[in-house]
Ligand binder design. Structure first.
Ligand SMILES: [Cu+2]
Length: 276
């Protein structure tokens, strides 16, 4: 039975906000199931019990105030209950919690303490790992904190696969470089659009190492189907080592590019080379 119900409810298990969304669906589903059984049961009972017999004249009933008021009040009570549960859970879906004690201490601040705004919700202590998600036709790009160059450029970045530390609250800043895309890793929470010129924010916090799949959820052009996304959660120490090696690779590539530009500049004159 649980697996059958899971078919009707969202994927969850990756992050607390995804779990809360799943809980809300389940509560609504259980209430709807009870109503479904009651209504369909009454219908089937009436069909069998009062099935037409030759020459039978059905009872002529015109209105039943008590029944009508009762149905309206019951529906209103259900509606109020669903709304109350939704609003009670909304805060824990929108507002991220602090990172756990085992969370990534260095990554949490990302070199700076962030400030919450009306759009961007942050954990109570203001510390989260800040990753920018950029939608591009047709690939997801992720920019991690920490520049490799003194001029503020050369931030570590990856495509398609995002690597994050476990037990750490990750705050996502979702943007687009071209058209509207939609960021969605079902097990890690709700869907967020990447809209050119706007910032949308969401978060997740993964407790155990693992891999979570998703893909662009908004038709963005002919390569849309290839726009896959993966989030891999690794222990904080492993994340730090991974980020350090990524920075090293980017630094080395920047150094090599600088050298190549200088060499080309010496041959053709610096004015001929782009970005001398
Ligand atoms: Cu797309």
């Amino acid at each position: 039975m649980p697996s059958l119900l899971a078919f009707f409810t969202p994927i969850s298990g990756g992050s607390p906000n995804a779990n809360q969304i799943d809980d809300l669906y389940k509560i609504t589903l259980y209430i709807a199931l009870v109503i479904f059984v009651l209504v369909e049961g009454a219908l089937v009972y009436a069909l069998v019990r009062f099935r037409a017999r030759k020459g039978a004249v059905p009872a002529q009933i015109r209105g039943n105030t008590r029944l009508e008021v009762g149905c309206t009040v019951a529906a209103a009570i259900i509606l109020i209950a669903l709304a109350s549960v939704t609003f009670a859970k909304l805060a824990s879906i929108k507002n991220p919690p602090n990172s756990g004690p085992a969370g990534d201490a260095t990554a949490q601040t990302g070199g700076h303490l962030m400030y919450a705004s009306t759009e961007r919700k942050l954990p109570p202590n203001g510390k989260a790992l800040d990753i920018q998600v950029i939608g591009r036709q047709y690939i997801w790009q992720y920019v991690y904190p920490g520049q490799t160059e003194s001029d503020g450029l050369g931030a570590p970045l990856t495509y398609e696969k995002m690597v994050v530390p476990t037990e750490t609250t990750v705050s996502l800043d979702i943007v687009s470089s071209d058209v509207v895309h939609s960021w969605w890793i079902p097990a890690l929470g709700g869907k967020f659009q990447a809209v050119p010129g706007y910032h949308n924010y969401t978060w997740f916090k993964i407790s155990k190492p693992g891999r979570y799949h998703g893909q662009c959820a908004f038709l963005c052009g002919r390569g849309h189907a290839r726009m896959l996304a993966d989030v891999e959660a690794v222990p904080p120490a492993q994340f730090d080592a991974w980020l350090a090696s990524l920075k090293q690779q980017i630094s080395a590539a920047n150094g090599a590019a600088k050298e190549a530009r200088a060499k080309l500049g010496a041959q053709t004159g610096a004015g001929q080379v782009e970005n001398p």
